[in-house]
Design a protein around this ligand. Structure first.
Ligand SMILES: C[S@@+](CC[C@H](N)C(=O)[O-])C[C@H]1O[C@@H](n2cnc3c(N)ncnc32)[C@H](O)[C@@H]1O
Length: 348
């Protein structure tokens, strides 16, 4: 072991240093968010620029911009030469044109609503429920904040690329004619499915504001003929007639009671199609609490944002499904890190 490796290993094991890393993550994220919000990555997407040129283009103070650029350089988002700064591969993933892009995830996580929600976590843990930052639940707040809603939809769409690809690569689509994605965002998962399986027709059920954006998004991809868009509150109405229903990253936003009621409604819709299934796809906590998992962080995020929202274990979702009259017949970890639970109606 070299001296360098030895000191790295030591500092990783040192509890004081471990906590210091977590403390530093706060200004690190704030700097990343500032750079995205100021469009530094967009400005550098096509050209090399000096610090002063960037300050001018991004409407920033030159000295403050040079310090932000030093941070971006130290973290590997930009490289520096005598002609100026340019994006590295790491920096490119923060641009809008990257596929998938992390730009919108950063904008949403750094938005006032998200930031305030996580900042009040101690209060939330004391009460057991979040105090919603603007006095409004997340989806109601998004409905009246179009800029953030657009960023949120793009954030979800970027994540759904991998989910759609993983689901499309599974067996069992041949006999499916219609698949309905409940709360399917802009239709990213459905787009991947219908691309991979030309015989499939998709139905996207979403909140009214989102459907307008989904319409534009799917039109751009020439998919309006293959994906029908329905404006619906899925807790009030589950569109009938599909052989497969998808609930992708939906249940973790809701309480057990709300999940039970939604799963029961989906069960009613499945009665029309013998052999029909609902596919629940989201991050799930490991069976043992000692197993490290990124989904613990997502669970904290859900607790900060949504009344009753939580990342669950497979056993918890299995219980909810059973209470709703469904049986989980298949559980699999997808390459994207999320878990798929396939359930069908329990025979009487
Ligand atoms: C966390 S996002 C997941 C989006 C998408 N399913 C995915 O996996 O990328 C949750 C989605 O559910 C939608 N949603 C939440 N409550 C809903 C409701 N009551 N009716 C219809 N859609 C809803 C939201 O608008 C949002 O697009």
């Amino acid at each position: 072991m070299t001296l360098h490796q030895h000191s790295d290993a030591l500092s990783l094991a040192d509890p004081y240093q471990q906590v210091q890393k977590m403390l530093d993550a706060v200004p690190d994220f704030a700097a990343l968010h500032a750079a995205v919000e100021l469009d530094v990555f967009e400005a550098l997407a096509t050209q090399t620029m000096t610090g002063d040129e960037l300050a001018d283009t991004c409407g920033a103070d030159p000295d403050a911009m040079s310090r932000l650029l030093s941070w971006l350089h130290a973290r590997g988002f930009v490289s520096c030469s005598p002609t100026g700064y340019r994006l590295t591969e790491l920096g490119h993933v923060l641009t809008a044109e990257a596929s998938p892009s992390q730009r919108y995830a950063v904008l949403v996580a750094g938005s006032t609503y998200w930031w305030n929600a996580i900042g009040r976590l101690a209060h939330t843990v004391r009460r057991g429920q979040p105090t919603q930052p603007e006095g409004q639940p997340v989806y109601e707040y998004l409905a009246c904040t179009p800029g953030l809603a657009d960023q949120f939809d793009r954030f979800m769409t970027a994540r759904s690329t991998a989910v759609g690809r993983d689901l499309a690569s599974l067996d069992g689509w041949t006999d499916i004619r219609r698949v309905t994605d409940l709360g399917g965002g802009l239709g990213g998962v459905l787009a991947a499915l219908v691309h991979a399986h030309p015989h499939l027709r998709g139905v996207l059920a979403e909140r009214p504001g989102v459907t307008a954006r989904a319409h534009a998004h799917l039109k751009e991809q020439g998919l309006l003929g293959r994906i029908e868009i329905i404006a619906a509150d899925i807790f009030e109405e589950v569109p009938r007639g599909a052989q497969r229903y998808l609930l992708s990253s939906i249940l973790h936003n809701y309480s057990d009671e709300a999940c039970l009621s939604l799963l029961t409604e989906v069960g009613h819709a499945l009665r029309d199609n013998a052999g029909g299934q609902v596919w629940i796809v989201e991050g799930m906590l490991p069976r043992r609490t000692s197993t490290p998992s990124p989904w613990y962080a997502t669970d904290i995020r859900m607790m900060s944002l949504f009344q009753g929202g939580r990342v669950r274990r497979v056993s918890h979702l299995r219980r909810l499904a059973e209470q709703a009259g469904l049986t989980i017949v298949h559980a699999t970890r997808l390459p994207c890190g999320q878990t798929l639970l396939a359930a069908h109606l329990r025979p009487n």
